[in-house]
Design a protein around this ligand. Structure first.
Ligand code: ATP
Ligand code: MG
Length: 216
């Protein structure tokens, strides 16, 4: 627990923060500052009992798991890698939507490589999701963990393919890569610390309910 008697909400900067603002507004919560502009990591809101902490997207589940934040908003991609231990996931917020896919250089015959049973080198930030996907298909892969710019890996000769998130496809196209397999649709979920939900239900449930009504 975090020793703060109000609600602490963990958010990441960028699209998650921007797309969460209307949901927060529906719950009567308006952050006092924009994290892009202020560099502050703890941001107050119009409500004295609600604050926002700004963390790396992949750290949101960890803050909520340990109760350093009561609520958080994290992409399904991030939650699958984290594993979801200790997290209650009541709502698909349908924001930050994209898809997880396999992409290769435009000239690479992925289907033929898979048919031959070739051992593919796949670079990705999403090791767990990629491992599960290729295991289910019976495709042999060597996974190479990266932390960003997956698109570069096949171009630089590090890997045959990547597993990455795509929305418009613009970045793939700009790097002469093509999507060869769709793995799953991705969107952001509300995550709740299970102990917080018991101890602060009076504060948390109305926020969860407001998010839910704002979705429909
Ligand atoms: P960082 O950019 O700090 O390395 P990140 O890439 O995980 O971290 P963001 O780019 O802010 O952080 O992405 C946050 C979440 O938004 C991702 O976890 C994913 O769920 C979603 N997302 C990522 N890329 C896209 C995209 N192209 N379109 C829509 N949603 C996306
Ligand atoms: Mg990013």
């Amino acid at each position: 627990m975090n020793g703060y008697s109000g609600i602490t909400i963990a958010l990441s900067k960028g699209r998650i923060f921007e797309e969460t603002l209307p949901l927060l507004a529906a719950a009567g919560i308006v952050p006092n500052e924009n994290p892009e502009a202020s560099r502050k990591l703890i941001i107050g809101t119009n409500r004295p009992d609600v604050r926002v902490v700004i963390v790396r997207a992949s750290d949101v589940p960890t803050y909520v798991q340990y109760g350093a934040a009561d609520l958080g908003i994290a992409g399904k991609d991030v939650l699958l890698e984290h594993g979801g231990a200790g997290l209650y996931q009541p709502l698909d917020l349908k924001i930050a939507r994209c898809r997880m896919c396999v992409a290769t250089p435009a000239g690479f015959d992925y289907a033929a490589a898979v048919r031959r049973g070739a051992r593919l080198r796949v670079a990705t930030k999403y090791i767990n999701t990629a491992r599960a996907h290729f295991a289910a298909k019976g495709v042999h892969v060597d996974l190479i963990k990266l932390y960003g710019s997956m698109e570069l890996a096949p171009l630089a000769g590090l890997a045959d393919a990547i597993v990455d998130l795509v929305s418009s496809g613009g970045t793939l196209k700009a790097n002469n890569l093509v999507e060869v397999e769709d793995i799953m649709p991705i969107s952001a979920r509300l995550v709740v610390n299970q102990a917080s939900l018991k101890m602060k239900r009076g504060l948390l449930q109305p926020v969860i309910d407001s998010f839910e009504s704002a979705l429909s």
